[in-house]
Design a protein around this ligand. Structure first.
Ligand SMILES: [Cu+2]
Length: 100
């Protein structure tokens, strides 16, 4: 019984992927990003000026991120998700979320 629970825990831990998107020089990288459903994506701002992360259909929106600040979102449904920086709308990115 205990072994069964351990397997379940390990399986769910293995599915809890985390991927980072770096913001450097007004660019998101990697770009675009492909991840499986359930992935937590963390944006990290390396620029000396603030940026935000806003999803184009209002799925999520960060506060202003200062240098080295980060913002995370867990994608729970497949699809193509476009996002941009509300301070610099020319900064755009895409996350492709694919089924497992
Ligand atoms: Cu920006």
């Amino acid at each position: 019984m205990k072994a069964w629970w351990l397997c379940l825990l390990l399986a769910s831990a293995a599915q809890a992927d985390e991927v980072r998107i770096d913001i450097t020089g007004f660019m998101f990288a990697p770009q675009p990003l492909d991840v499986p459903v359930g992935t937590t994506v963390t944006w990290v701002n390396h620029d000396p000026i603030p940026h935000t992360i806003a999803q184009s259909s209002h799925l999520f929106r960060s506060a202003a991120l200062d240098t080295d600040d980060r913002f995370s979102f867990t994608f729970t449904t497949p699809g193509t998700f476009q996002y941009f920086c509300t301070v610099h709308p020319q900064m755009v990115g895409t996350v492709h979320v694919v089924p497992r």
